[in-house]
Design a protein around this ligand. Structure first.
Ligand code: FAD
Length: 378
């Protein structure tokens, strides 16, 4: 057992932290206030290789391993969750089903898009089917060499900024999970429209919209895997991407923790820095413990996956625990800053608003507990 990062991993981590400090943190408040997509930051991330870490070497990428991908995710989310989530949706979540189920030609097409700086989106959730994925009603009707897609996807990250979608649809709703298929879909295919940007509590720089499919013709060659194998592909892909939500959460929590420490040393009350008060010190101690535990669970999920060992339940531990930690730590950081914590100028309120979504997306924390309890009671 070795808890140390390799030299390469440390260098990657440092590079991503430096990017966050120099290219994200100074500019992000303005984007958040305007609820604007930070294109200039995302373009710079692409230029320095932070948008393509997971592209395998044989498809022109650096093929960085899962631990390395998590280090980058954590550091970008230290800067801003919305920026990190844009990267994660495009570079980790959407490629998941491709990595699991695509053939060589499909991978070549998809990874080329990412290498060119295009963004991807993962289209699974629907207005009437969130946790209950198998209740989806977007249909894929076979018509010769094509499938015809009809339906609506909800809450899709990068919907309005991506050029390629990974879409899940059913050939027969009655079959539930046995009728689901995944497709690589060019976003500019006739019949695809997107809804207006959703107005959100947090994650305001990230683009979230509905995607509507009306008689969209998708070649059979774009289907991932065999017909009706899509549910398994989707679940495996979600297993692989859940540690990245945990890494997002660790990044957000780490930032809140550092802001709380800094403020507690500077703020004087009753003639002394508030960091002298045991009530504050214990909050900081709990933050430190919980963040470290969340980080270790995240790494463990990745190492299990990389070694080919069962990791579904550990990925759920990591996602659920780390996002609960991020919610607690950011809420307590606001408390440590007192009234100033409630002001936008002091930044921790954004961390608290952003943190909430990680308990919801990529399987709510109730669903993670369903997965975990199913595993331990098996
Ligand atoms: C900002 C944002 C970005 C997102 N990005 C994407 C994206 O890029 N792609 C995508 O496909 N989706 C995306 N999502 C959707 C997200 O994954 C879903 O919102 C989530 O899976 C929950 O689905 P739901 O909202 O329909 O809630 P529901 O499934 O309706 O759940 C409502 C409540 O019931 C609980 N619940 C449901 N079933 C059970 C059960 N069996 N046991 C216990 N409790 C249960 C849930 O935990 C929750 O508390 C995003 C969501 C948000 C908010």
């Amino acid at each position: 057992m070795d808890f140390n990062l390799t030299e390469e991993q440390e260098a990657l981590q440092k590079m991503a932290r430096k990017f966050s400090e120099q290219e994200i943190i100074p500019y992000i408040q303005e984007y958040d206030d305007k609820e604007e997509f930070p294109w200039s930051i995302i373009k710079k991330m692409h230029e320095v290789g932070l948008m393509t870490t997971a592209v395998p070497e044989e498809y022109g990428g650096p093929g960085i391993d899962m631990v390395g991908q998590m280090l980058v995710t954590e550091e970008l989310c230290y800067g801003c969750l919305g920026v990190g989530a844009t990267m994660a949706a495009s570079a980790l979540l959407a490629p998941g089903p491709v990595e699991v189920g695509a053939n060589h030609e499909q991978k070549k097409y998809f990874y080329n898009m990412l290498n060119e700086g295009k963004l991807a989106a993962f289209c699974l959730t629907e207005p009437g089917a969130g946790s209950d994925v198998a209740a989806m009603s977007t249909t894929a009707r076979r018509d010769g060499d094509y499938y015809i897609l009809n339906g609506t996807k909800q809450f899709i990250t990068n919907a309005g900024v991506a050029d390629v979608y990974v879409v899940f649809a059913t050939t027969d709703k009655k079959l539930r999970f046995k009728g689901i298929n995944g497709f690589i879909v060019d976003r500019h295919t006739p019949g695809i429209t997107v809804g207006p940007e959703e107005k959100k509590m947090g994650l305001r720089v990230s683009d979230t919209r509905q995607v509507i499919f009306e008689d969209v013709r998708v070649p059979v060659a774009n289907r991932l895997g065999a017909e009706n194998e899509g549910f398994k592909i989707c679940m495996k892909a979600l297993d692989l991407s859940r540690p990245s939500v945990a890494a997002e959460a660790v990044g957000v929590a780490q930032r809140a923790f550092e802001e709380a420490i800094k403020y507690s040393k500077e703020r004087v009350a009753f003639g002394q820095p508030i960091s002298n008060f045991q009530a504050i010190r214990f909050i900081l101690a709990d933050m430190a413990m919980e963040i470290e535990a969340a980080r270790l669970l995240t790494y463990k999920a990745c190492v299990q996956a990389m070694k080919g060992l069962p990791f579904t339940h550990i990925a759920s531990y990591a996602k659920c625990f780390a996002s609960d930690v991020a919610m607690r730590v950011t809420t307590n950081a606001v408390q440590v800053l007192g009234g100033y914590g409630y002001l936008r100028e002091y930044k921790v309120e954004k961390l608290m608003r952003d943190a909430k979504v990680m308990q919801i997306y990529e399987g709510t924390n109730q669903i993670q507990r369903v997965v975990i309890s199913g595993h331990i009671l098996k």
